[in-house]
Design a protein around this ligand. Structure first.
Ligand code: PMP
Length: 384
């Protein structure tokens, strides 16, 4: 089996699993406890925060540890909306964000906030003129992702940051960085980002661990109230083992980013070339997309048929994104890119990771050719 679903989750590195297990056995004390075991756990947590901060070139005090990007995104968007309510109740995002951003915005809309969903072009890139036009005096937050989880579009974040801050210096910029970290360079200061979310399991770290970068001076209404952990941003006993394991994965991902980018680009380009030659498949991603995502539609075919046929040949791919793959509606992301319902309902995502080599692309391309050869009569009949 070759696993091609790294945008859904990545296999944790052996060192990450070993670190977690060792800390869970040896340093199970509550890091807030006053005794020496608590103090030792507290030191590990402090060090983990420093390592995460260094990987992002920010200060340790700007890192809030969370259970993952869903929580980080909720914390950033609802927390900023509530904290800065008196400044205004207008939020800007795009129609192609992950559900953990999109649904947050929908919830806030139902509570009286106004949300502008910016259009994207045929490649999924946000319309910068529309962004500039949408920013108002009462815009408290702009939330735009680094890399789209479905088809890999990369947002021009330096331009986005410049436009946001020129139009309204008080408007906060939140970036959902989940799909970019470890694959592309991350430049929070050049982007002028105030808030930045990550999930550790997308870069070979542990599941259920993430962080939110909160720029010094930015305040958030705490979504989780309780104890005073995480400087009051997030109540609850800290996950020391998860934090240390995440920090290790983060350091390794950041150090390996240029090599991984080069290797995945090579593999991705082979796949793009091959898929362009297979009749019936239509690419939704390109050489301009992130190096770890290849996305295509197979109009006329239920994508799960393609997924299972590829699985029979040892290739594990996905339909849409894992968070919405059980929903039968067309992809909101592809519809926003202007695709018709037949394309938007038949998307297949191939997502690459650390363990892939160029020869894996040849195996997948061969499997795609075999499967499409068999399924072509159905695609031609249904795709009319
Ligand atoms: N944002 C993006 C872009 C994602 O791809 C994901 C994971 N699918 C999330 C947020 C949410 O991450 P998690 O499920 O780890 O909370």
């Amino acid at each position: 089996m070759i696993y091609w679903d790294h945008a859904a989750t990545t296999p944790p590195l052996e060192q990450v699993v070993d670190t977690m297990s060792e800390i869970m056995k040896m340093h199970y004390a509550n890091p807030s406890a006053l005794h020496r075991s608590g103090e030792a756990a507290g030191k590990l947590l402090k060090r983990a925060r420093e390592v995460c901060a260094a990987a992002l070139q920010v200060q340790p005090g700007e890192i809030v540890l969370t259970s993952g990007a869903t929580e980080s995104n909720n914390m950033a968007i609802k927390g900023a909306a509530m904290k800065y309510r008196s400044r205004g109740q207008h939020i800007i995002t795009t129609g192609t964000e992950h559900p953990s951003v999109y649904e947050c915005c929908k919830q806030l809309e139902s509570l009286g906030w106004e949300v502008t969903y910016l259009p994207v072009d045929a490649e999924g890139i946000v319309d910068l003129a529309a962004l500039a036009a949408a920013i108002r005096k009462d815009t408290v937050l702009v939330s735009i992702m680094h890399v789209n989880n479905e088809m890999g579009a990369i947002s021009p974040l330096a331009d986005i940051g410049r436009i946001v801050k020129e139009r309204n210096p008080r408007t906060l910029l939140h970036v959902d960085g989940v799909q970019g970290f470890g694959k592309l360079p991350v430049e929070l200061s050049a982007w002028q980002a105030d808030l930045y979310s990550l999930s550790a399991h997308k870069f070979n770290g542990p599941r259920g661990m993430g962080l939110l970068y909160v720029k010094q001076g930015v305040q958030l209404f705490p979504i989780l109230s309780g104890g005073s952990q995480e400087s009051g941003h997030r109540a609850g006993t800290e996950n020391v083992a998860g934090a240390v394991a995440m920090s290790k994965a983060m350091r390794l991902a950041q150090e390996g980013q240029p090599e991984l980018h080069a290797r995945l680009t090579e593999i991705r380009d082979i796949l793009l070339r091959e898929i362009r030659q297979i009749p019936g498949l239509e690419l939704n991603s390109s050489e301009r997309s992130a190096p770890h995502i290849v996305h295509f539609s197979c109009p006329g075919l239920k994508p799960e048929v393609m997924v299972h046929a590829l699985e029979e040949l040892g290739m594990l791919v996905s339909t849409k994104s894992a968070c919405s793959s059980k929903l039968s509606e067309p992809s909101r992301v592809l519809l926003a890119m202007g695709k018709d319902a037949a394309h938007a309902s038949s998307g297949i995502r191939i997502s690459l990771g650390k363990e892939h080599q160029p020869e894996d692309a040849a195996s997948l391309a061969q499997a795609l050719r075999v499967v499409c050869g068999k399924l072509r009569p159905i695609m031609e009949r249904e795709g009319q």
